[in-house]
Design a protein. Structure first.
Length: 289
């Protein structure tokens, strides 16, 4: 019974093993980035950036079809351009960065869907918006693994500066000039991982495996290092559980992976040891004799 439910799908079917490897690579690299997005109060920024890559990926699709290099390069170019433009607009106009980013995000989403409709069918549109983690080929798996490896190495190398820039940017700017490079590195890693997630989960769901495990981890520990570890574990477990639920109930895997991460988040909001509902209840008064 245990074998049939949890192990057999990954042993018997190669597409399930591929999906597991790809989803775990996304969770392993994306969840720690989500922690820093959460602590910087940029959770919705990650969602906006996920939608911002759509026009570039759509142009890549229009030129070369479902080509991994073309859609990746297009998505990276679009995501980095939106990040740069939103910062420039916030600097030279009265709009704040969140407002300018929201404007670019909405325009990007509409433009991307319009570009896809010029050539693609409704199936192609659904593939781009929601991904297809069960159809990952070797090139895509290698790309996801490469992105995850590069992200983890970059986080390890810049962890100290990134953590200080997140928690106390004023102090970091007073003792070092690493704040600017750390910010550029962080935003570049976010865009890179969103582009990688786009190939498996689509533009609408790629940010889910990044933010939900991080938000859950925040409710279990206030320590940033522990948060990154907890977020990665929740992301990995959610990926495997979502794929298993998809297999047994014949439902789309991408949404179930994100919904499973959402289930962990709801449980964390109730039972979390660092800010969960039950921990914030006032202690009961004991009757005194």
């Amino acid at each position: 019974m245990f074998y049939d439910l949890l192990i057999a799908p990954f042993i018997e079917f190669e597409f399930m093993r591929r999906a597991l490897v790809g989803a775990c690579a996304l969770a392993l690299a994306g969840s720690p980035l989500g922690v820093f997005l959460l602590l910087r109060r940029m959770s919705l920024t990650g969602d906006a950036m996920a939608h911002a890559i759509l026009p570039g990926a759509a142009v890549g699709y229009l030129i070369a079809g479902l080509s991994l290099p073309a859609m990746t390069i297009g998505g990276l170019a679009a995501g980095l351009s939106v990040a740069l433009l939103s910062g420039l607009v916030a600097r030279f106009t009265a709009l704040r960065e969140d407002a300018s980013l929201a404007g670019f995000y909405l325009m990007s989403l509409a433009l991307g869907v319009t570009i896809l409709s010029l050539r693609g069918s409704s199936v192609d549109l659904l593939h781009v918006l929601f991904g297809n983690v069960l159809a990952l080929d070797e090139d895509t798996l290698l790309f996801l693994a490469g992105v995850a490896t590069f992200t983890l190495l970059a986080l390890a190398a810049g962890y100290r500066a990134l953590a200080m820039e997140t928690l106390d940017p004023g102090f970091l700017s007073s003792v070092s000039k690493a704040g600017g490079p750390a910010q550029v590195l962080f935003l570049s890693l976010v865009v890179l991982n969103l582009v990688a997630g786009f190939h498996a989960l689509g533009t609408l769901l790629a940010v889910g495996i990044m933010i939900l495990p991080a938000a859950s981890a925040r409710l279990w520990s206030p320590d940033i290092t522990r948060m990154t570890l907890i977020a990665a574990v929740i992301g990995l477990v959610s990926s495997a559980a979502g794929l298993l639920l998809s297999y047994h109930f014949n439902l789309p895997p991408g949404p179930l992976i994100v919904l499973t991460a959402g289930g962990w988040h709801v449980a964390s909001m109730i039972f979390g040891l660092s800010g969960g509902y039950l921990r914030r209840l006032p202690p009961r008064r004991h009757l005194e004799a």
